[in-house]
Design a binder for this molecule. Structure first.
Ligand SMILES: [Zn+2]
Length: 260
């Protein structure tokens, strides 16, 4: 059966790069086509009708025409612009972090409907008031499950004995999970994982968002989890996550201006 010359898809715009004088190449995450790219022609001109519907971090219905190399975006209609995420620097940065990770972990043209649903769900949660750090940790754990890097949190990744959440264990990025105190001594590059941190990671990994969102984390625990997860993500991606470094700068600034 010949492929249709034009097609439509729902999409969330996760990346944009400039092309030529007035165009952009957009990376879209879609429910059934996975990650795709399209050229948005003239979208950087002030009067472009498409531009408003193709902003980064926007949920849109997009029409595309197949091209020899890249497909061309011929139309777009906003479904949700996630406005709260665009009016606040911290929330914009959180959303960009989420889209950067999706872009890094998702394969082109490989359908992953649960991952699309997760991305959409996370954008909605970030729009709500609440603990954004918790939303990001929930996202990281569920992202890793969807793309095949679910960390092992129940038994030691070396000796397979059940992990006891009564003592400090260690997270090992190279092993993809947690080491018991005994096995930890034989490994380099591990990070201590407190009793509470292990409990929270387990709960985030195994729960839906309704349950996870009831968790309360103090700053110390929140920082510990952020650090452990970023070590694991950077190990998997073999590079620094640019937007994560930016989030760290914003966190530092917030600590200096807010007491406690
Ligand atoms: Zn062990």
């Amino acid at each position: 059966m010949p492929k249709l010359r034009t097609y439509q898809t729902e999409a969330i715009i996760i990346k944009k790069i400039k092309l030529g004088e007035a165009d952009r190449i957009l990376t879209l995450y879609t429910p059934h086509l996975g990650k795709i790219q399209g050229v948005a022609k003239g979208v950087r001109r002030p009067r472009s009708k498409l531009a408003g519907h193709l902003e980064l971090i926007t949920h849109s219905q997009v029409s595309l025409a197949r091209g020899r190399n890249l497909d061309t975006i011929t139309g777009s209609q906003t479904i949700d612009s996630f406005l709260p995420l665009k009016n606040d620097l911290w929330l914009t940065s959180c959303a960009l972090y989420v889209t950067e990770l999706i872009n890094q972990f998702a394969a082109e043209h490989v359908e992953n409907y649960p991952l699309f649903q997760l991305l959409l769900e996370i954008m909605h949660h970030l729009c709500q008031a609440g603990d954004n750090e918790l939303v990001l940790r929930y996202f990281e754990l569920h992202l890793l499950s969807e793309v095949g890097y679910r960390p092992q949190l129940q038994q030691c990744v070396s000796c397979r004995s059940p992990l006891k959440p009564v003592t400090t264990n260690a997270f090992s990025p190279t092993d993809g999970g947690v080491l018991c105190p005994k096995c930890r001594q034989r490994r380099s590059l591990t990070y201590p994982l407190s009793v509470n941190a292990l409990k929270v990671l387990r709960l985030l990994q195994s729960s839906n968002y309704d349950t996870a969102s009831k968790l309360k984390m103090n700053r110390e625990l929140s920082d510990e989890l952020d650090e452990v997860m970023s070590h694991y993500l950077e190990y998997l991606l073999d590079r620094e996550v640019k937007s994560a470094a930016w989030l760290d700068i914003l966190r530092e600034q917030a600590k200096q201006t807010a007491p406690g």
